[in-house]
Write a protein that binds this ligand. Structure first.
Ligand code: GLU
Length: 468
């Protein structure tokens, strides 16, 4: 994959999922915006944030790789540049050492219950709960001796007091955080593991990421991450925090409920192109209303036009894009769906006839069943239309076929016999397909085997419609 030409202003972005569940539309949107922001000349990285062993699983990692491939991202991901946090512990250790040497971190021996009591007392006084800094004042040599002797300690970052930290969030605008509100935060756990946001910030800086687009649930970490990167003399990327995607009921989508997962949409038959076109416009303005492939979406995408209000998952909109994407796909894309259930000579014509009514690829097979084979089932409207057409209608139709007439002439013949108007089209459509909506009647008459047309009309004429 030779696509990295990163110009001066071309950003390097990344998607950094934790494989702890199935990707949902909100995660997919974060990935998509990150990729689009990097297209066409920038660099897009994938990083697997799998250091929290208790929560992650290789199954979810495989699933997310499959999802990204399905969305069409694989061609934009440099496999050789994928980092996995579980393999980078030594790097985090090195930078931790650097912080230790600079006396920028200190060991904290406070117990969970002491910390809980401290938080409770701050809350009771109406103050934000943050660490008091008690262990910051310990004599460094004595504190280190305690650690060396095996006493459990987390490592806290010395937050510089009395400063105002300012950064510009690409989505939310200027952000100001008073360092006094942060409290000295933990960067390393007692058993030596780097805290998530420490590893995350280091990896961004070390892999040359210049623009981080991620969910707004990470906004609170950002000021801490900036402090860490500055303390280590590492470059600070630009950040943009995307509002959450809410379900139709207004609750944030979650990795843990399968509904709204990409996997579920794929199962249902949604096309990746429909999904990315929908997502690209979910809370962002794309300068085109046309169905666009990824690269063109990248050109139309402007990171300054990402909205800051929560976006709501709207299935109707997704279905709209599905319809557009289904209609836009070349006939060849649907041929495999009809192989084996539509005679070869008819396949292209069949696809053309059915596609205006096909919302999912599976619909081609369903219609193949109706037009070529299995006994059709009648829905209520079709049953009523057959009853309304009446026995004479079907007698005329069957007589026409018996006399060797072409199925395509049935509408004209029935009309001439006084069965014109709505009854004509509804009656024929209902008898042949079992429903009133579907492909053009003339196409059905042209495609359906003559013997089947005759049989279905005969059934309608000779039986009480209730028994069909
Ligand atoms: N691994 C984090 C997550 O899955 C992403 C953090 C980030 O994008 O900075 O939520």
């Amino acid at each position: 994959m030779t696509r990295y030409h990163g110009g001066m202003n071309a950003p390097t972005t990344r998607f950094a999922p934790s494989p702890s569940g199935l990707l949902h539309l909100g995660n997919a949107r974060t990935a998509l915006f990150s990729l689009l922001a990097a297209l066409p000349d920038g660099r897009f990285l994938l990083r697997i944030e799998d250091s929290d062993r208790a929560r992650v699983s290789p199954v979810f990692e495989q699933a997310l790789r499959a999802d990204l491939a399905w969305l069409g991202f694989a061609a934009h991901i440099d496999e050789a540049a994928i980092w996995r946090q579980s393999e980078r512990g030594a790097v985090y250790d090195d930078f931790h050492q650097q912080l230790m040497r600079g006396n920028l971190v200190y060991p904290c021996f406070c117990s969970e219950s002491e910390l809980a009591a401290e938080r409770a007392s701050l809350r009771a006084r109406g103050l934000p709960p943050r660490y008091s800094g008690r262990c910051a004042a310990l004599d460094p040599a004595a504190a280190l001796a305690r650690v060396a002797a095996g006493e459990a300690a987390v490592w806290r970052f010395r937050v510089p007091p009395g400063q105002e930290l300012t950064f510009h969030d690409v989505v939310r605008g200027p952000q100001h955080v008073a360092t006094n509100l942060l409290g000295d935060f933990v960067v390393r756990r007692a058993h030596g593991e780097a805290m998530f946001f420490f590893a995350n910030a280091l990896d961004d800086a070390l892999s040359g990421v210049t623009l981080v687009l991620r969910g707004e649930d990470h906004l609170a970490n950002t000021s801490r991450q900036i402090l860490i990167l500055r303390a280590l003399g590492l470059p600070v990327p630009e950040y943009g925090h995307l509002p959450l995607v809410l379900s139709a009921d207004g609750v944030p989508l979650s990795k843990r409920d399968g509904a709204g997962s990409l996997a579920a949409l794929r199962e249902e038959g949604f096309l990746p192109l429909a999904v990315i076109n929908y997502l690209a416009r979910l809370g962002a303005v794309v300068g085109s209303e046309r169905l666009l492939p990824l690269t063109e979406l990248g050109q139309a995408f402007d990171r300054r036009r990402i909205g800051h209000a929560p976006a709501r998952y709207d299935r109707e909109q997704l279905l709209h894009w599905q319809r557009v994407a289904m209609a836009a796909a070349p006939v060849s894309e649907w041929l495999p769906w009809v192989a084996g259930c539509v005679p070869e000579a008819d396949q292209s014509r069949f696809v053309e006839a059915v596609r205006p009514n096909a919302l999912f690829p599976e619909d081609f097979r369903r219609w193949a069943g109706i037009v070529y084979g299995e006994r059709r089932t009648l829905d209520e409207d079709a049953r009523a239309a057959i009853v309304a057409a009446g026995a004479d209608f079907f007698r005329v139709a069957v007589a026409h076929l018996d006399a060797g007439g072409a199925p395509g002439d049935l509408p004209a013949v029935l009309k001439a016999a006084g069965h014109g108007g709505r009854r004509l089209f509804h009656g024929l459509r209902a008898a042949l397909t079992g429903r009133l909506a579907g492909p053009e009647l003339k196409d059905i008459l042209a495609l359906m085997p003559r013997a089947l047309v005759a049989r279905r009309l005969l059934e309608c004429g000779s039986t009480d419609a209730q028994d069909l």
